[in-house]
Design a protein around this ligand. Sequence first.
Ligand code: MV4
Length: 500
Amino acid sequence: MFKKILIANRGEIAVRIIRTCREMGIKTVAVFSNVDRISPHVLKAHEAYCIGSPSSARSYMNMGKIINIVKKTGADAVHPGYGFLSENAAFPKLISKADAVWIGPSSSVIATMGDKIAARQLAEKTGVPMVPGTAEPLEDLQTAKKFAEGIGYPILIKAAGGGGGKGMRIVKSNADLGNAMERSKSESAKAFSDDRIYMEKYLEQPHHIEIQVIADNYGNVVSLGERECSIQRRYQKIIEETPSPFINTMLRKNLSESAVQITRACQYSGVGTVEFMVDKYYNYYFLEMNTRLQVEHPITEMVTSIDLVKEQIRVAAGEKLSFSQNDIRPSGHAIECRIYAEDGLNNFSPSTGVISEMTMPQGLGVRLDEGVRIGQEITHYYDPLLVKLITWGDTRQRALERMCRALGEFFIAGIESNIPICHILLLHPAFRDGKYNTHTLDAIKDELLHELTTYKEDLILAARIGAVKLHHQTRTKSTPILRTISSNQWLAAGLKDGVE
Ligand code: MV4
């Protein structure tokens, strides 16, 4: 087993990885940029090294600097987390040159699955259901028109180098095709240095459901079940849950089997995620495969009791999976809320500032994967994800009640967060009843924002039911800006009510 792992990441995922390393008796090396000196991942690791300026390109994305720290510390493995270098096919090669092990799938698997056209070709061979579309990059307008007419409008133009919605264009008729292709091509060239585009039938209001898989280097592949990820805004997921309230046992089995087929077909190693779209008729289609540990992996851990980071490390060290498909018996229900530093009342723009106060929820069934601490400055340099709040319950209802309770306990001062929005969203009938798809959040956005403007610190109610900081933010008629109040003010108000 490895003796020392370098974590090429920051924030909550670096902390998450360090925690498992501690449990496995593996030493950890953190790297950090100038603005992350007092970040939790720096404080929790055995060793930590500054790798430069705040911008990602100069720090967490700088392969040369990270490799230097690998050599200097003698780390025998590197965990990339998600984002940054986690899906860069060049990085694993540099790591093995430095005599260390990459904790993830091979460079060639990363390259194949990162190329969405190549991934489509690979998936097609396995016979897994695919959205009707083109198998080759689109070249001229004439051929593209023929394809589009064959598939039937509306169609979607996508970037081969893409994922995450960049370079995507919905096209409703022949008249708009040329323009859409040109714009998608130039956007893709800029974003991915790859101007190849392809075409798919556009599915209306799909569900986004993904399957967590894990594979070792001995041909063992196991599905750990699905995650429903349809609550998202601008391709940014906000709430995920497992099991999906939408699918049935039959579809679940089919999705899992398809995911395992794709995982086998590319000779995958480690943890990965196969994404599908599911339409309202329960038809499902392969979308893409993510070759990394995902943000939302904890909900799978909560229902399977499997530590995905531990298994990832074991597989990278050449060990066999310690379980087979028949051992997987998911239990209960888990929900994750991604707590972002963003201001719902200001078009969800990132909120920056110093975290002056923070009380994090705990208690039965609550898990908190945190990446920030009191006194830390939240800057615009990185992803605004602060913390992941995960709750488990024996039923969906119980997990949901716990999430509302936990969000009510959660208090952050100094920056705005989406805690109130998450709370309002969970109580909306669409979420409460499990009747939502990828378009639902956009559809109910104005309703939620209206609720947010009237979402008052219900101090009286909070004091009466004995809850601590039930709601923490207030908006009054005279101050149109969401005002964060300190816990002392809250306490004073609560006590006053108590003696009335
Ligand atoms: C689609 C689609 C409908 N039809 N492809 C968005 C991100 C990218 N990875 C794929 N995406 C989509 N591809 C076809 N043929 C709708 C989406 C989509 C979506 C997918 C997953 C999660 C959320 C989404 C939100 C809007 C659109």
